[in-house]
Design a protein around this ligand. Structure first.
Ligand SMILES: [Zn+2]
Ligand SMILES: [Zn+2]
Length: 252
């Protein structure tokens, strides 16, 4: 039976490696190269030693569009990371000697991954993609602040009315309310209620707090007056909590 002759150059070469010509120290010499993916120009880029020859594939890029990625706010792509195959046939580390995946981030930090680690990393990226889609879905469902309104405005609660100089808006937040407990003999069930207001037409265009007491008498509080109300309320709360504790304490 005739035995098929193996070409000398291909003998004992691991799968995926072929023999190519490389310029080493001024001479073209045959070297092993994972030519199926290596895109290095071995015949043109001279190396001093055969050990200096690197085998690298084309890059795959992870780009992210971002509206904040350029000064003029134009929707733009920025490179987050890129990856390629690498193989250093003369490395002392067997993982480097084998074909591996190299990932480099924006900061220039490189990670070298075995094929199994690359699969695990790809799994992380799949999970990340799912999370990004969830974030996008949440962002899409979150209301923006309407132009001309404040972040604290209650949607639909701001009143538009005709002022002397055209329509203006009175902005209104949600209410903070101290509700009278059952049996309380207040004229109204609300001891105090307050909300933020701002009127585009009035001099109190800066937000103020409108506070209304149980009698229905209201006043506008500026920051100083509101600080006083907060302090007094806090003191009263402290005293109420102390009274609550005293209710359970034994008589001397
Ligand atoms: Zn190569
Ligand atoms: Zn508003």
């Amino acid at each position: 039976m005739a035995i098929q002759a193996t070409p000398t150059d291909q003998r004992n070469q691991p799968a995926g490696l072929s023999i190519v010509s490389a310029l080493v120290n001024g001479v073209q010499v045959p070297v092993a190269c994972p030519a199926a993916w290596c895109t290095e120009n071995h015949t043109g880029d001279e190396r001093r030693h055969v050990e200096d020859i690197d085998h690298v594939s084309d890059n795959v890029d992870l780009n992210a569009p971002a509206f904040n990625s350029s000064d003029d706010g134009i929707f733009d792509q920025r490179l987050i990371a890129y990856a390629h195959l690498g193989q250093d046939l003369y490395a002392s580390d067997p993982n480097m000697r084998a074909a591996h995946v190299r990932v480099e981030d924006r900061g220039g930090e490189a990670s070298y991954l075995t094929p199994d680690q690359a699969d695990a990393f790809a799994g992380n990226l799949d999970a990340f993609a799912t999370q990004i889609r969830t974030l996008a879905h949440t962002a899409r469902g979150t209301q923006a602040v309407e132009p001309g309104h404040y972040p604290w405005c209650t949607p639909g609660a701001c009143a538009i009315y005709q002022g002397d100089e055209g329509p203006t808006v009175e902005h209104r937040s949600a209410d903070a309310t101290i509700t009278a407990p059952a049996g309380f003999q207040a004229s109204k069930d609300r001891i105090l209620h307050a909300h933020l207001v701002a009127d585009d037409a009035y001099e109190f265009g800066a937000p103020a707090v409108s506070a209304v007491d149980a009698t229905g008498s209201g006043t506008l509080l500026d920051t100083e007056a509101l600080d006083q109300l907060i302090d007094q309320t806090a003191n009263a709360l402290t005293q109420l909590r102390a009274m609550r504790l005293h209710m359970q304490a034994a008589q001397a």
